[in-house]
Design a protein around this ligand. Structure first.
Ligand code: SAM
Length: 199
């Protein structure tokens, strides 16, 4: 695991906002990953989850593509995304918010938490604590993790962490159970790995 060091929190935010603005129309997530999570959530096979899933949160969502795909799969669910950049205001179902920071009303709320932006965390322990606390007792923590040359610690993507390191952290330090791991065949770039955990 490697972590890029910023001079200050302001520098972190500035770097993230500049990166976001320069890639605003890009979509990193693959729709097949969201479909896979929704199928698992709707037809839980040994993975109990409240039916139907009602509350979904996505962290680090740029132009909100993942919210759109969750809504397509789960039309009755309330789906929200967080995005640190002010551009959040341009996209539906998105709030401008730093995903490290807890929101009182979100604690124990969500059936599904999805993020492919863990590598943008400047403090993975704080980030994961906040995310886990946002899940209800049966909720699924779904982390879509970049791999290979897309998982390198640098100014824009401060956290470099392998699937094995993340599993070790979540199982041994946060006492979660790993319930699923799946390679996501992305249409562009390096394939990612979806890791799904439960409390
Ligand atoms: C790799 S992009 C992924 C965007 C989107 N999920 C996708 O698949 O296209 C990471 C996004 O997370 C946002 N981000 C970075 N740090 C964040 C933070 N602390 N809280 C919320 N959003 C953050 C960035 O601005 C950027 O839009």
């Amino acid at each position: 695991m490697k972590l890029w060091k910023y001079k200050s929190y302001d520098e972190y935010v500035r770097v993230q906002i500049n990166g976001n603005a320069s890639k605003l129309t890009n979509v990193w997530a693959d729709e097949s990953c969201i479909d896979y999570i929704c199928n698992l959530a709707r037809n839980p096979d040994g993975v109990t989850i409240k039916q139907p899933p009602q509350h979904v949160i996505c962290h680090g969502t740029r132009n909100g593509s993942e919210q759109k795909w969750f809504i397509k799969n789960l039309p009755d669910a309330a789906v929200i995304g967080t995005e640190i950049s002010h551009t959040a205001n341009e996209f539906p179902n998105t709030i401008q918010h730093d995903f490290h920071v807890p929101i009182k009303e979100y604690v124990n709320k969500f059936d599904i938490l999805y993020s492919n932006s863990l590598d943008h965390s400047y403090d993975p322990m704080k980030c994961l604590r906040t995310w886990i606390d946002q899940l209800n007792a049966d909720g699924l923590l779904c982390i879509d993790l970049a791999q290979g040359r897309e998982m390198i610690s640098r100014e824009l993507d401060p956290l470099e962490i392998s699937s094995e390191e993340l599993i070790d952290l979540l199982v041994n330090k946060f006492s979660l159970k790993l319930v699923e791991r799946k390679v996501i065949d992305r249409k562009r770039g390096v394939n990612s790995e979806l890791l799904i955990f439960k409390k």
